[in-house]
Design a protein around this ligand. Sequence first.
Ligand SMILES: NC(=O)c1ccc[n+]([C@@H]2O[C@H](COP(=O)([O-])OP(=O)(O)OC[C@H]3O[C@@H](n4cnc5c(N)ncnc54)[C@H](O)[C@@H]3O)[C@@H](O)[C@H]2O)c1
Length: 353
Amino acid sequence: MGKQYKIAVVNGDGIGNEIVPAGVSVLRAVAKKYNFDITTEDFSWGAGHYVKHGEFMPKDGLETLKKFDAIYFGAVGLPEVDDTLPAKDYTFKVRTELEQYVNYRPVKLFSGVQSPLRDKTEEDIDFVILRENNEGEFVQNGKIFYPDTPNGCAVDTSMVTRLGVERIAHYAFKLARKRRKKVTNVTKSNTLIYTLGFWDKVIAEVAAQYPDVEYGKMYIDNASASFVLKPEFFDVIVTTNMMGDILSDLGGAIMGSLGLGGSGNINPEGDYPSMFEPIHGSAPDIAGQNIANPIGQIWSAAIMLEHLGEQEAADAIVAGIEHATAQGNLTKDLKGSASTSEIAERIVSFINS
Ligand SMILES: NC(=O)c1ccc[n+]([C@@H]2O[C@H](COP(=O)([O-])OP(=O)(O)OC[C@H]3O[C@@H](n4cnc5c(N)ncnc54)[C@H](O)[C@@H]3O)[C@@H](O)[C@H]2O)c1
């Protein structure tokens, strides 16, 4: 038997309860085929847990997660639970406390899937968004003053540190060396002149250490238009927390569906476990019907295995996804009629074949 991996499995809420088990079935299939061992432990945390226990995860939840090699996660959030809580009480907490400072979000058109970009092919849509995952606009450093009076006002202060920018920038340039050797810094330093002026300066300093990688910056407004008009321009994008959050939904859209996007919240040094999840939320509107697209979740399993060093198994999962989509196995969001479990079964049987 090869290596052994302990995976914490957090389905979360809504479609997480359908797509995460689908992803685990694919993980088990590749583990068997490529001779490594996966031990999973389930944690029923999320908004459902909050309704029952008043918290998204137990107080010692982070300590529990630290004992695992990786976290395989669906999404949290329920319509009946205050929507400011999921980010604050679970995703944000795990991403920051476990220093998962890289949010790795690949954008790729799978064969057999129609992009809403009429003329674009699989060669045109193939890039990675690296979203800074620990600081920027999302540090939740703010206050509401006198909310119920005519003098009410609110502030949110964004935070950018040299350490934070340098480490995501180095990750971007190293990743670009393994790809088409091009990094685009998506920024808005023409108006956020302090935080993003500093962000640009530090990234340019890091860029100088990678003369073999082409480097340029682009403002977010232009980048949004370019995602639609010329996605082939991009290879590796490095951007801030909020801009990356928004751009990756646009990335999911040009892939054909939000349900296709996979991601990793990565602590590259391995000091803490990394967490792998689809880019979308818990989609309560379609939960419980076995119609959610599980591909983003399954792709996240491939990203997890790549991170753990099981490249062959990761490649087999991506090949399985490509095989399924190319054969026309598509869920409702892609105008198909396959169910969540059927997609997973197709991918498992491709792996076993
Ligand atoms: N990381 C996370 O845990 C995370 C991320 C985003 C949103 N959320 C939470 O999820 C809940 C719903 O948020 P939302 O509606 O804004 O975003 P969402 O991503 O859950 O859904 C947006 C739309 O995309 C569709 N969709 C999403 N994933 C799909 C899939 N796999 N297959 C087919 N269709 C899919 C949904 O049906 C919906 O119409 C909220 O409570 C929100 O806070 C959680």
